[in-house]
Design a protein around this ligand. Sequence first.
Ligand SMILES: [Zn+2]
Ligand SMILES: [Zn+2]
Length: 387
Amino acid sequence: MDATVYRGPHEMEVEEIEEPELEGPNDAILDITTTAICGSDLHMYEGRTTIDEGRAFGHEIMGIIEEVGDGVESLEPGDRVVLPFNIACGYCRNCVDNYTAFCLNADSETPGGVYGYAMMGPYQGGQAEKVRVPHADFNALKLPDGDEHEDDFVMLADVFPTGWHGTELADLEAGESVVVYGGGPVGLMAAYSAKLKGASDIYLVDRVESRLELAEEHCDATTVNFEEEDPTEVIPEQHGGKVDKGVDAVGYQAIDGGRHSHGDGAYDKSREDPSQVINDLIGTVRATGKVGIVGVYFSSDPNPPEHVDEPGELRVDFGKLFESGLRIGTGQCDVKRYDRRLRDMIIEGRAEPSFIVSHRVGLDEAPEMYERFDEREEGVTKVLLKP
Ligand SMILES: [Zn+2]
Ligand SMILES: [Zn+2]
């Protein structure tokens, strides 16, 4: 079968790989109908993680169950499901406590397993025709039969729950104000979640115009282009003080906006500042407020910018953080915590997260779309692949 395989930095190939097989009684095989390229895939694509060459990427996956192991009880061939990007066992201490992103039985270097992802276990990714689903009863989320809401439901694998999780880590409540850093799919979903939760005033910071437009149109957000303005100045000015809550949907490959730049090029690695967004959050969220960090940070970086001495370590303005009594929540999203409820919001017409989707293409176009998404090309907001 065909899969989108990593062949080194900036090199994805569509190659034939072995079809997945049941490896245990609790496995299922999924025939994939829709999968997506994720912003977090770009860290691997750019050679900034320890992912091996030859791995298929892809952790945003939905499709039709093709085959189930003898131990699978709740699923049968023909069922339509979406998979949380987390691979979780369902019975370890963390899973039982609902922290499925930190499963202790995921066979990975750090707690938690993910399809086709660095440091998160040996699992093949789902930018492919099929994928093996471990612990299928626990992981697969059933969807209504047919093909309705297909593009909305695939958002349940990662970006919609992860955006929602950012606002949950920040304990965002109705009537509160919030700033979201990053207008990629997760940032847009965080702003959208804030709107669904009844936030009063929503700000979104990015520099790609098409992303800012989506945030204004679909999330009722006030947007800040960080290349033009310093969010730590304009947001308190516009809002009349700092905001209540904040979300980081950028992570360690943040760009410094040229305000204290080491270089000029828009995507120049020399402009990366891994602590930029956290320090900007400290500068825009009010004393005793709370911040949710869902943008990715790694403990190592095989290919860091020259000016970053200790990859994985940050120069955070901890003095100001402490002085304002800010609280911070971090970590990958425990998708199962939210996916049922978000699915039902889609079914009932309360949420339509597919507004971020810009491209629907076949698997063969994946390498080109990786390149364009990585360039943060105008209008390339979310790419779906239809194997
Ligand atoms: Zn993702
Ligand atoms: Zn577990």
